[in-house]
Ligand binder design. Structure first.
Ligand code: ADP
Length: 551
C-alpha cells in the first residue's frame, strides 16, 4: 500500500513536473508567438515603409528625369540660336573669303558647326520624347514609298563602300497606313545609316512586311539586315541606351553619338511598337522595327492629304473672328483668307475676343490657347456661357497646349488645329462650318501674295524700324536660295534653313521662323518630296514681308 502510495506520489510529481514544463512551454510558445506576431507586424510595417520609400524614390527619380529632360530640351534650344548665327555667318563668309588657308579654317567651322547642330537636334529630340513633349502626327501615309526613298538617300554612300543596298517591300504590304511618316522616316534613316556605317562588305537589306489585315489594322515589320560587324551578345541590350555605343569601338572610324538608337526606339514605342535586334558578332545584325495594330487605309486618303491642297471653294459673305495675342499669327490668317469674301476681325486676347464676338456676332471663331490675361480655354468657356454666342463654332488653334488643357479644349470646342496651320488646313476646317459653294479649281484664286493686304498698323515701333533690315537680308539671300532650289544640296539647305529660322526669331517675324524650322526638318530627314515646294515658299515670305513694310 505504502509502496503504491509512493508510486502514485512519484507519478503525481512526474505529472506535475510535466505539467510545469508544458506550462513553461506554453508560456514559451506564447512568448514566441507574441514575438512572432510582433515580428510579423514589424516586418509588415517595414515592408510598408520600404514600399513607401520606394514609391517616393521612384517619384523623385521620375521627377529628376523629367527635370533633366526639360533642362536638356531648353538648353539645346538655347544653343541652337547662336549655332544658327555661327553657321549662317560662316556660310556668308565662305562666299567672300578667297585665301586657301582661311577657307580651310572656315570649312572646319562649318563642318564642326554642322555636327554640333546634329548633336543638339538629337538631344532635343530625345529630351522631347522623354519629357513627353514630342507629339506625333498620325496621318495616312505610303510607308512603302518611305522605304524606297532610303535607296535614293543612301545609294551613294553604299556604292562608295561597295555594299549592295536592297529594298524589298512585300507584295501584300498595305498601300496606305496611319503613321507619323516623318518619324518613320527618321527611324529608317537612322537604322539604314547605321547598317551601312557598320558594314564593310556584303549587303544591307531593308525589308517591309505585314501580316494580314484584320479589323482595319495590321502588324508591320521593317527589318534592316546587314552583313557587317555585328554586336557582341553582352552589349545587345546596352546599345539602345542614350550615348551608348559598342565598347571598344573606334571613335575615329565610326564617330557618332550613340543617340540614334535611343531616339528610334522611343519613337517606335510611341507608335505602338518597339525595336529589337538579332545579331551575331562578326557576321551581321538585323534590326527589327515592329509596329502593332497600325491602321490600314486606302491610297486615296494619302492622295487627299498628301500635298496639302487648298479646297476649291468660294465662301458666302461672313465674319471670322481671330483671337491671338501674336500679331503675325493674326496676319497669317488674314492673308490666308484675303481672297475670300470673309471679314476678318482680330482680337489680341480672350477678353477682347469676347467683346468683339458680342459686338460683331462672327460666323466662326479661331481661338489661340496660350494668351496673357485671358487664355483660350477661359475665353471658350465664357463664349459657351453666352446665350447669343454659345452656338458659334470655335476652332482652337494651338502651338503646344498642356495635355489636360488640350483634352478639355477638344471637348468644348468644335474643332482643333495645330500650329503652324497651313492655308489648306484652315480652309478645310472652315468649309465644315461656313456656307460655301464648290468651284472649279482654276476658278479658285490661287495667287499667293498678289493682292494681300498686310496691315502695318499692328506693328510695334521697334518692328517697324527693324524689319527693313530683315528685308535686305532676305534680298541678299536670294542668290543662295536660287542655287539651293536648283541643286537641292541637303547640307546647304539645312544650314540655310537654320539661319532663316534664327533670323525669323531674331526679328520676331514668325512666318520665317516657322518656315525655317520646317525646311530644316525636311532637309535633315531627306524629305525630297516636300523640299522643292517648301523652298519655293521663300518668295512668298519675301512678298509677305514687303507688303507688311509697305513696299
Ligand atoms: P551612333 O551610330 O551615333 O553611334 P546609335 O545609337 O545609332 O548611335 O548606335 C549605337 C551603337 O550601336 C553604335 O555606336 C554601334 O556600336 C551599335 N550599332 C548600331 N547599329 C549597328 C549595326 N547595324 N551593326 C553593328 N553595330 C551597330
Amino acid at each position: 500500500m505504502a509502496d503504491e502510495l509512493k508510486k502514485a506520489e512519484k507519478e503525481v510529481r512526474v505529472l506535475r513536473r510535466k505539467l510545469d514544463r508544458s506550462e513553461e512551454n506554453r508560456r514559451l510558445l506564447e512568448g514566441i508567438s507574441e514575438r512572432n506576431s510582433n515580428l510579423f507586424q514589424n516586418f509588415n510595417a517595414e515592408i510598408e515603409s520600404a514600399n513607401e520609400q520606394l514609391a517616393e524614390a521612384r517619384a523623385e527619380a521620375d521627377q529628376a528625369n523629367q527635370a533633366k529632360s526639360a533642362f536638356l530640351a531648353s538648353m539645346s534650344h538655347e544653343i541652337r540660336t547662336p549655332m544658327n548665327a555661327i553657321l549662317g555667318f560662316s556660310e556668308i563668309l565662305s562666299g567672300t573669303v578667297r585665301d586657301p588657308q582661311q577657307r580651310e579654317y572656315l570649312d572646319a567651322i562649318r563642318t564642326s558647326g554642322n555636327s554640333l547642330l546634329g548633336l543638339i537636334n538629337d538631344i532635343l529630340d530625345l529630351s522631347k520624347v522623354e519629357a513627353g513633349k514630342m507629339e506625333l502626327e498620325f496621318r495616312p501615309c505610303d510607308a512603302a514609298s518611305v522605304c524606297h526613298d532610303m535607296s535614293q538617300i543612301f545609294v551613294q554612300k553604299a556604292s562608295e563602300k561597295g555594299i549592295e543596298l536592297v529594298i524589298e517591300v512585300a507584295d501584300d504590304f498595305p498601300g496606305a497606313v496611319v503613321l507619323d511618316e516623318l518619324r518613320l522616316r527618321q527611324i529608317l534613316i537612322n537604322l539604314t545609316g547605321n547598317a551601312i556605317k557598320f558594314t564593310a562588305s556584303g549587303s544591307v537589306t531593308l525589308r517591309a512586311i505585314s501580316d494580314t489585315e484584320h479589323d482595319g489594322v495590321a502588324n508591320l515589320t521593317f527589318a534592316i539586315i546587314d552583313t557587317g560587324l555585328g554586336i557582341p551578345d553582352d552589349q545587345v541590350d546596352h546599345i539602345f541606351g542614350a550615348f551608348e555605343q559598342t565598347k571598344g569601338q573606334s571613335a575615329a572610324k565610326f564617330g557618332g553619338t550613340g543617340l540614334g538608337l535611343a531616339i528610334s526606339k522611343k519613337l517606335s514605342q510611341m507608335m505602338g511598337g518597339d525595336i529589337r535586334v538579332e545579331s551575331t558578332f562578326g557576321e551581321g545584325s538585323s534590326f527589327l522595327v515592329e509596329l502593332k495594330d497600325v491602321g490600314v487605309t486606302t491610297s486615296d486618303d494619302v492622295a487627299a492629304q498628301g500635298d496639302d491642297q487648298v479646297p476649291s471653294v468660294s465662301f458666302h459673305a461672313g465674319k471670322v473672328l481671330v483671337v491671338d495675342d501674336i500679331v503675325y499669327n493674326r496676319m497669317l490668317i488674314r492673308t490666308y483668307l484675303n481672297e475670300y469674301d470673309l471679314e476678318v476681325i482680330e482680337a489680341s486676347d480672350g477678353n477682347e475676343g469676347l467683346e468683339l464676338a458680342q459686338q460683331h456676332k462672327p460666323d466662326v471663331i479661331l481661338m489661340d490657347v496660350a494668351m496673357p490675361e485671358v487664355g483660350g480655354l477661359e475665353a471658350t468657356n465664357w463664349l459657351r456661357d453666352d446665350e447669343n454666342l454659345k452656338d458659334t463654332p470655335i476652332i482652337v488653334i494651338t502651338a503646344a497646349a498642356m495635355k489636360e488643357e488640350e483634352e478639355i479644349l477638344r471637348q468644348i470646342s468644335d474643332s482643333y488645329l495645330k500650329k503652324p496651320v497651313s492655308k489648306a488646313q484652315l480652309v478645310t476646317e472652315l468649309v465644315r462650318f461656313l456656307p460655301h459653294d464648290e468651284v472649279e479649281p482654276d476658278q479658285a484664286i490661287t495667287a499667293v501674295g498678289s493682292d494681300r493686304h498686310w496691315s502695318s498698323d499692328d506693328l510695334s515701333e521697334e518692328q517697324r524700324t527693324e524689319l527693313p533690315e530683315l528685308q535686305k537680308l532676305l534680298a541678299d539671300s536670294v542668290s543662295t536660295w536660287q542655287e539651293l532650289a536648283e541643286t537641292l544640296t541637303i547640307n546647304d539647305i539645312e544650314i540655310f534653313a537654320s539661319r532663316m529660322q534664327g533670323e525669323g526669331h531674331r526679328f520676331g517675324f514668325m512666318p520665317l521662323e516657322i518656315w525655317g524650322e520646317r525646311l530644316a526638318t525636311q532637309a535633315t530627314l531627306f524629305d525630297m518630296g516636300s523640299l522643292p515646294g517648301t523652298l519655293a515658299e521663300f518668295e512668298d515670305l519675301r512678298q509677305d514681308l514687303d507688303s507688311l513694310i509697305g513696299v
